[in-house]
Design a binder for this molecule. Structure first.
Ligand SMILES: Cc1cc2nc3c(=O)[nH]c(=O)nc-3n(C[C@H](O)[C@H](O)[C@H](O)COP(=O)(O)OP(=O)(O)OC[C@H]3O[C@@H](n4cnc5c(N)ncnc54)[C@H](O)[C@@H]3O)c2cc1C
Length: 481
């Protein structure tokens, strides 16, 4: 490259400080309550990630969209070099596989759930960033399954190439013909035949199954439908995507978006024979595995959603300062209602971040099981915050906000799925509600005891209980209003 070309390229490079010299780097924006739990190593990585996302990934997002083309064939068979270039850069920067928490796995980059949570926020601002750092769903949850429950042979065959970013994976639990939020309904049959399991049935919403590099389906089925314990009837087995008898029937759209090349597949199993050595943990352990998988996965979605909400707010305030868009002669931010909405978004996002940090700290202190309440709180609150923030931003853009000219419409479509993915809001709210209600009787007893104590104190101090708003005196005195 000639010297003048290199100079031109350097001058075109996006430098965050050029836009706002006073902007604080990510490491200095960590919430106060989380700071004591964040290592120096993580702080440095956070700053690197922020710049990588803002300067390399976000500008590359629309280019990737253009590179995969516009026919279903090209969109689900392409793998643009652009993504591999970003992955190379992320590896060189040392921001790779940050999601595997150091307390539970030796294979990761050595960060805690909280530290990764803060990083995932930045990854959530870009379509490509998570995959560029090998931290994208559903691979993250799938790698955790393999690292946590896999045999050595299963790990070498599937975990190593996944950790290396060479292949991708899908998690197949949801089915079209049942209510899948209750996984005891799972209908895909798994019947033993010699040293193989034979799988028959249907799956859908198998995220990642559209990617040409998706090589493994971590599949849940019913291996023992007669077991008296409904939570021991299911098993999880590793299915090589090339196994005869398994095929992707079609891809599903999300509010019209195909999410290519990752996508969400409807997958059919017809007498698909899988060797018994591919069973994870053993027959009947499926529930245990999905519970172990979904905890951290849910919090990862929440962490990325906080970043998406920050991006929405950035778009919102940018529009409010756009000199070309001044309705009724004023900047949008000079219309009071917009300031109000900006402030509300700031409050909501900061609150959502705290609830996510709290859940991550609790997982670090115990494990995902010990943090069920905190994870559920984040799982419900954060998508709501994201959608409300996006809605305000979209409104500020007018018609531009609902079309393809900003990322907001696509982000809303994706954000809306978060209220359904990994269990709908209602299921989490019901569990939270039940857990709170367990204290109901104790609360009832305590309040009654407090009332009794108040009555004793009235007596002790010789006063009677009076209601200063009691108006019955009017009748006695005949007073009129
Ligand atoms: C974009 C996207 C990606 C996905 N990726 C994957 C994936 O990779 N792998 C996978 O296996 N699945 C995936 N899913 C599927 C997702 O996990 C399921 O859709 C979810 O678990 C709900 O199951 P269901 O769709 O069968 O809804 P159902 O179980 O039929 O529930 C429908 C509705 O009933 C209501 N409901 C359910 N339970 C209760 C209750 N207890 N109280 C009150 N109301 C209730 C809720 O409103 C709920 O939305 C994905 C879904 C989407 C949208």
């Amino acid at each position: 490259m000639s010297r003048s070309n290199a100079k031109e390229q350097a001058s075109q490079k996006l430098m965050l400080g050029d836009f706002d010299p006073k902007a604080l780097p990510a490491s200095q924006k960590i919430p106060v309550i989380a700071r004591p739990f964040v290592s120096e190593k993580a702080k440095q990585a956070l700053d690197v990630i922020e710049r990588f996302v803002e300067e390399d990934c976000i500008p590359a997002d629309p280019v990737f969209g253009a590179l995969i083309g516009n026919t279903p064939q090209s969109r689900f068979t392409s793998h643009p070099q652009l993504l591999e270039d970003l992955k190379d850069k992320a590896r060189k920067l040392g921001i790779w596989n940050m999601f595997l928490p150091k307390a539970h796995f030796k294979e990761g980059a050595g960060f805690s759930n909280l530290e990764y949570g803060l990083m995932a926020e930045y990854l959530g601002k870009s379509f490509l960033a998570s995959e560029a750092c090998n931290c994208s769903a559903p691979d993250t949850g799938n790698m955790e399954v393999l690292a946590k429950y896999g045999t050595e042979a299963q790990k070498r065959k599937w975990l190593d190439p996944l950790l290396d970013g060479k292949i991708r994976s899908a998690f197949l639990m949801t089915e079209p013909n049942i209510a899948s939020s209750d996984a005891t309904n799972i209908g895909l049959t798994m019947k033993k035949d010699g040293d193989h399991w034979v799988l028959n049935g249907f799956k859908w919403w198998s995220s990642g199954a559209g990617d040409p590099r998706c090589s493994i389906y971590i599949t849940m089925g019913k291996s023992d439908p007669g077991h008296k314990d409904p939570y021991r009837q299911q098993s999880v087995i590793l299915v090589d995507a090339k196994t005869p008898g398994v095929s992707v029937k079609r891809m599903l759209s999300v509010f019209g978006y195909d999410d290519a090349p990752h996508g969400h597949g409807q997958v059919v199993f017809q007498n698909c024979r899988v060797h018994e050595s591919n069973m994870v943990l053993g027959p009947g352990r499926g529930f245990e595995i999905i519970q172990g998988r979904l905890g951290p996965g849910r919090i990862h979605h929440a962490m990325r959603s906080v970043g998406a909400a920050e991006k929405a707010l950035e778009y919102f305030i940018a529009r409010c300062s756009d000199p070309g868009k001044k309705p009724f002669g004023k900047f949008l931010h000079e219309h009071g209602v917009m300031l109000d909405r900006i402030a509300q978004s700031r409050i909501d996002i900061d609150a959502a971040r705290l609830i996510v940090c709290n859940a991550a700290i609790k997982i670090d202190e115990t494990n995902a099981k010990g943090a069920l309440k905190e994870i559920a709180e984040a799982k419900v609150l954060v998508p709501k915050t994201l959608l409300e923030t996006l809605d305000r931003a979209i409104q500020a853009y007018g018609a531009a906000g609902v079309c393809q000219d900003t990322p907001l419409a696509n982000m809303w479509a994706h954000g809306r799925t978060m209220r359904i993915v990994d269990g709908p809001d209602e299921v989490h709210l019901q569990q939270l509600g039940k857990a709170e209600t367990k204290r109901g009787n104790a609360a009832f007893q305590k309040i009654n005891a407090q009332k009794k104590r108040t009555a004793q104190l009235y007596k002790q101090f010789g006063v009677t209980q009076t209601d200063i708003l009691d108006m019955s005196f009017k009748n006695v005195s005949g007073a009129k209003l």
